[in-house]
Design a protein around this ligand. Sequence first.
Ligand SMILES: C[S@@+](CC[C@H](N)C(=O)[O-])C[C@H]1O[C@@H](n2cnc3c(N)ncnc32)[C@H](O)[C@@H]1O
Length: 255
Amino acid sequence: MPPALKALLAQLAGGLLAFGAARAGLLPVGLWPLIVVQAVGAASAAIALRSAPWWRGIHLGFAPLVAGALQLGIAPGWYLAAFVAFALVYWSSFRTQVPLFLSNPQTAEAVAGLLPDDYPARLLDLGSGTGSLLRPLARLRPDCRCEGIEAAPAPYLLSRLLSRRQPNIYLARGDFWQLPWTDYDVVYAFLSPVPMPEVWRKASAELRPGSLLVSNSFPVEGVTPDAVIDVPDRRRTRLYLYHPAGPAPTPHRRP
Ligand SMILES: C[S@@+](CC[C@H](N)C(=O)[O-])C[C@H]1O[C@@H](n2cnc3c(N)ncnc32)[C@H](O)[C@@H]1O
């Protein structure tokens, strides 16, 4: 069951529990006993539904925060504005389970070192966010074509704006599952554990022998990487390198 649906069910279960307890006369009069029972009920339902552990805290805090915020008398337009802002940044994260977080310049430097030196390589960043990987990479390797595809409108627009003076960056807005990966020498993924099995399947089916899949932080479960790079940064980034279609048959040159 998708996590967002589990969250909705847990909230409804908490609401039903609170409503039932109030109807049965089990709760003291007032709003806060209802809120507490709803929150504890929702968190318990999340445990029963085997939601990830952080959902417990979210469910415990949700109804109390809503009740507290309502008492502040904030105009509804602000909630709408916050919702629209978050939607533009996170877009389909609730479905893809890939939130926005950014590669750092040290990682871009490590990836630049993986690009072949003997021809102008083509790299694709799956979900290019604000272009945090592509911008330093394109500066380090002006001979290479650095491409990115991003689903969320706000990071995409920001990446277009920030990279407008870098002619070797090519950005598109869309879904990377719909794009053929056939023509790329390197495909870079900084996503989450959830899509990695599907990334592996698509990369194995579409990449050419010799093409490289680089996954930042999230290995492909059950597949031994060809190499692992420890990036010397504060978050101890690890890059997992794979050749999903095997090595290049001869010294690899683009036609
Ligand atoms: C963790 S961020 C990485 C951003 C960037 N690649 C970087 O390294 O700085 C992952 C991005 O992938 C995007 N994303 C997730 N699924 C996507 C899809 N199917 N098509 C396009 N973008 C997607 C998300 O919107 C998010 O911005």
